[in-house]
Design a protein. Structure first.
Length: 174
C-alpha cells in the first residue's frame, strides 16, 4: 500500500470530520445563544421551525439519562470506523465510503461532545408536517450518511469489495 496515499486518505477523513463537527457545534452554539427554551422561531410556517430543547436521551426521548450507554455506543461506532479506515484501500472507488464514514463519525462525535460537556444534546430543528422529533446537525450527518451507506452497500459495491475487512486481506493493485 502506498503510504503517501494512505496518509492523504486519513488526512481527508480528519479534515472532513473536523469540519462537520465544527459545523454541528457552531449551530448548537447559535441555538443556545439565540433560541429560548421551548419558544419556536418559525422559518416556514407549518413546515420548519427552530425550537431548542436539551435532550438527555436518544431520538423520541427514549433512554433518558442513560449516558453510559450512549458513551459505549459512541466508542463502539468509533472503533468500527477506525478499523475500516485503517483497512480501507486507497482506490478511488472507496472515496464515497470514506466521506460517509467521516460524516457518521462527525455526527457521533458532535452529540458525544454535548453529552460530555452539557450532560444533554442540544436539538433545535423541528420538521412540523410529520411532527418529527426535534433534531440537530449531527443527527442529520448520522442519518443521511447511514442511509447513503446502505445504498452504497446495496447498489454500488459488490461483496468482494469488502474483502479488505477480512484478516490478512491485501489491497488490490490499481
Amino acid at each position: 500500500m502506498n503510504k503517501r496515499l494512505k496518509l492523504r486518505q486519513i488526512l481527508l477523513f480528519a479534515v472532513l470530520s473536523a469540519a462537520a463537527v465544527w459545523l454541528d457545534q457552531f449551530t448548537k452554539h447559535l441555538a443556545l445563544l439565540f433560541l429560548g427554551d421551548h419558544e419556536p422561531v418559525v422559518l416556514i410556517p407549518g413546515v420548519l421551525e427552530f425550537l431548542r430543547i436539551e435532550n438527555d436521551g436518544a431520538a423520541f426521548g427514549i433512554l433518558k439519562g442513560h449516558m453510559a450507554f450512549f458513551y459505549a455506543i459512541t466508542a463502539f461506532v468509533g472503533l468500527i470506523v477506525l478499523y475500516v479506515l485503517v483497512k480501507l484501500p486507497t482506490e478511488r472507488k472507496y472515496m464515497p465510503l470514506l466521506v460517509i464514514l467521516s460524516f457518521i463519525s462527525a455526527g457521533a462525535a458532535g452529540n458525544f461532545i454535548d453529552r460530555v460537556m452539557r450532560r444533554s444534546v442540544v436539538d433545535f430543528i423541528y420538521f412540523v408536517p410529520i411532527d418529527f422529533p426535534v433534531f440537530n446537525v449531527a443527527d442529520i450527518f448520522v442519518t443521511c450518511s447511514t442511509a447513503l451507506l446502505v445504498i452504497l452497500v446495496l447498489f454500488y459495491y459488490q461483496e468482494s469489495d469488502f474483502d479488505f475487512l477480512k484478516d490478512g486481506a491485501r489491497e488490490k493493485k490499481p
